[in-house]
Design a protein around this ligand. Structure first.
Ligand code: UGA
Length: 317
């Protein structure tokens, strides 16, 4: 099995799960500096295992047919993340990492006599401010950010290569993933670290924006099912925690967990930030028997424990 983006938050959690399941795993990651690469290196250090091989490389400049030789499933998690940074000149990075790299993988797969299955990590951001809630997979996509445009374009590519070349692709639309190891630019890690260190929390907009947050172990479980169970080629599924929580509600839970008041620094709404996400997950429950197991409070508690353990100020602060 090949995991692209293996050093990242979700990728490294997936590799750990696959190794625990007894799989032989190749990981590829270019270790970009979108956030501190030493965090990705420590993710990799924790994955040291005889059944795990890591390759530091960019998909766009790799010999992919060689890399894919003998691989049965590709979990394609590599990409340029981050909704808020995808405007302006940064957009080229999103095109290269999210669209071009996916197209190269699909082309390489097409050249093989026995192409692997591809599970593509898509995103709730393809819906934008959705036409209805809970949002089903057939809702018309209308991304609100350039990031969402690139995630949708790559999803369309997966569908095209499934339709015209018979490749076995599955796209999973992840809804705001959190938990231990979460990227340092994402809300929960920023909130919890600031709460633990008693520094100001940046709040974009009113805090009334709602997200269907998803715990990382639940995401990984859906990814493994999509890579290993019977599933139609070209299919697309939402994967979400199944709850609707405003950012203000999240801050209330954080306040309760750390048991002291928070310093909030209010900033303007971020460009591209949607008002609400909320998924209909009946399709993945029906077809893959998947449902989320973690609720927001237990997931946040686990993430807080991780933040405390990795805080510069040391555990227990
Ligand atoms: C997240 C990921 O960053 C994307 O890579 C992913 O594709 C997307 O989820 C998705 O589900 O498709 P986002 O929902 O913006 O995007 O995730 P967070 O960074 O956790 O932000 C959640 C909310 O908190 C947003 O409304 C954001 O504006 C707010 N926020 C974030 C703050 O108020 N302060 C912060 O410091 C960070």
């Amino acid at each position: 099995m090949l995991v692209t983006g293996a050093a990242g938050f979700i990728g490294s959690t997936l590799v750990r799960r696959l190794l625990a399941d007894g799989q032989v795993v190749i990981g590829i990651d270019s270790l970009t500096d979108y956030y501190d690469p030493s965090l990705k290196r420590s993710n990799l250090d924790a994955l040291s295992h005889p059944a795990f091989t890591f390759l530091r490389a960019d998909i766009n400049s790799s010999n992919l047919p060689e890399l894919l030789d003998g691989v049965d499933v590709v979990f394609h998690l590599a990409g340029q993340p981050g909704v808020r940074r995808s405007w302006g000149e940064e957009f080229q990075e999103y095109i290269d990492a999210n669209i071009a790299a996916t197209q190269k993988l699909l082309e390489a797969m097409r050249s093989l006599p026995r192409p692997p299955r591809l599970v593509y990590a898509s995103s709730s951001s393809i819906y934008g401010d959705a036409e209805s809630y809970p949002t089903g997979e057939t809702a018309s996509p209308r991304p609100r950010s350039p990031y969402g445009v690139t995630k949708l374009a790559a999803e369309h590519l997966c569908r095209l290569y499934a339709a015209d070349f018979g490749l076995h692709t599955v796209s999973l639309r992840f809804f705001t993933v959190y938990g231990p190891g979460q990227r340092p630019d994402m809300a929960f890690t920023r909130f919890l670290r600031a709460a633990v260190e008693a520094t100001p929390i940046t709040l974009y907009g009113t805090g009334e924006q709602v997200r269907d947050f998803t715990y990382v172990d639940d995401i990984v479980d859906a990814v493994v099912r999509a890579g290993t169970l019977e599933v139609a080629a070209g299919s697309v599924y939402n994967v979400s925690g199944g709850g609707s929580h405003s950012v203000n509600e999240v801050l209330d839970v954080v306040r309760r967990l750390v048991d002291h008041d928070l310093v909030i620094d209010r900033q303007a709404r971020a460009a591209g930030d949607v008002l609400r996400t909320g998924a209909d997950i009946s399709a993945i429950t029906r077809d893959l028997g998947w449902r989320p197991r973690f609720d927001l409070e237990s997931g946040l508690r686990a993430q807080l424990a991780w933040v405390r353990a990795t805080s510069v100020a040391g555990p227990g602060v």
